[in-house]
Design a protein around this ligand. Sequence first.
Ligand SMILES: [Zn+2]
Length: 312
Amino acid sequence: MDFKKLDRIVEDFINKYKFHVEVLPMIVDYSKKVLDEQLLDVSNDWSRKIEINDSINIVYKFLETIDVSLANQFLNILNSYDEYGNPYVNILPRDEYPNGHDEVRDGKVYVYYENTSNDPFCILHEMLHKMNECFIVNENNEKEERFTRIFLGETVSILGEMMLGNYMVQNGFISESDFNIRKNFRLNEARKDARDVIIENELINLKLNGIDITLDSLNSLFNSYDKSLIEYSVLRDERNDLRRINEVLKNNCLSLHKSLGYVIAQVLCDRFLKRDSLIDDFVRLHYSVGDSNSDIVKVFNDIISDNIDIKR
Ligand SMILES: [Zn+2]
């Protein structure tokens, strides 16, 4: 185990991502909330088959109920091609691409369908990412994803999924149990991210306290936690297999700038869903995430203080 390298990776992160480090205590609180959430009871199978064209249509109809210009933007991207004639959206059969990963890569959307109730969720999730794509050129002249989107991009896509789920259940497209399968999937994913946040937070705190990261310092950190705390069980598992630390070494970076987005989404979606102004808030958040001039600190603080009045 190359602890010197780990030490350097953590130090680089602290120097590069100052805002992440500043809000980290709050993200750790969110992570504990996520790990406390209970999974729902579900049957394991999707209740029905939905043909892929019907899934696309359901997503379009849903967006129409939210905001007509969003629905139009969805259709426009779906029908767009780059200068080489390649489509911007690739919706491909899962059985032909068993290892395909739903994502937006190099500006192109990839979604792998299986003709089930799950497909509309996957389509909407990735399409929202594409619809609020927002890049800036950083001080090294490199194109990078904008800050606001790193923090809140997943919140838009996952909140969109939850609103779509409600719409589909209300209109009889999917069963309540189907929706619960998707909710459990989201929670399970967020739990993994929450664990990553908690472990990486500990590494960062060691460095911030001027302590080198070694097996000894990790062990004494572990022993400092009360056994009833979530941190204890997370660190105990990590100590057993060093899974996260091995990943950090392999990737040469912490996962925090990705994992925190999912943790934030899991917690904030619940808050948004309880609000009477849900649709307006969702639309404003979506545009704000895609706006290279929006003020991340203001957007974020407005949301966490539940004073959601984001500049459109
Ligand atoms: Zn996503």
